[in-house]
Design a binder for this molecule. Structure first.
Ligand SMILES: [Zn+2]
Length: 132
């Protein structure tokens, strides 16, 4: 996948402050969402995430939707799902990561392992329309 249009994985880690599974999952999920929507970071997007965790920092870096700009909404639901829509229409995608670390995998091994996976194998996509 062409990721060059988006904030890099390394820059997400720098923003977040440490390398971890969460920032890695957030990076994979948000790049996948941007690609599904065929969106660019400078577009007028709106994002809703169902998690407030390390993942959320990567979402802000990659999508450009941030708490400060009020185009990022956190609606906790204990899932790894995010909605990414065009603000003008509310139309977009919901992407959800269904990843479970293999038994015995350490926290240190997880980021590198995640980056070897095909995002389409661990994420589901559906079309949505949000009322913003
Ligand atoms: Zn973290």
């Amino acid at each position: 996948m062409d990721k060059s249009k988006y904030t890099s994985y390394e820059d997400c880690i720098k923003f977040h402050g440490h390398l971890c599974g969460g920032i890695t999952m957030g990076y994979i999920l948000s790049v996948f969402a941007m690609q599904q929507l065929e969106a660019l970071p400078n577009e007028n997007l709106f994002c809703r995430v169902e998690f407030q965790s390390c993942m959320t920092d990567a979402v802000q870096c990659v999508t450009g939707c941030t708490i400060g700009k009020k185009n990022l909404e956190i609606k906790l639901a204990d899932t790894k799902a995010m909605y990414l829509v065009r603000r003008a229409t509310g139309e977009g995608v919901k992407v959800k990561m269904n990843f479970k670390a293999p038994d015995g995998m350490t926290k240190q091994e997880m980021p590198r392992y995640l980056m070897t996976l095909n995002p389409a194998d661990i994420c589901t996509v559906e079309k949505v329309k949000l009322e913003i």
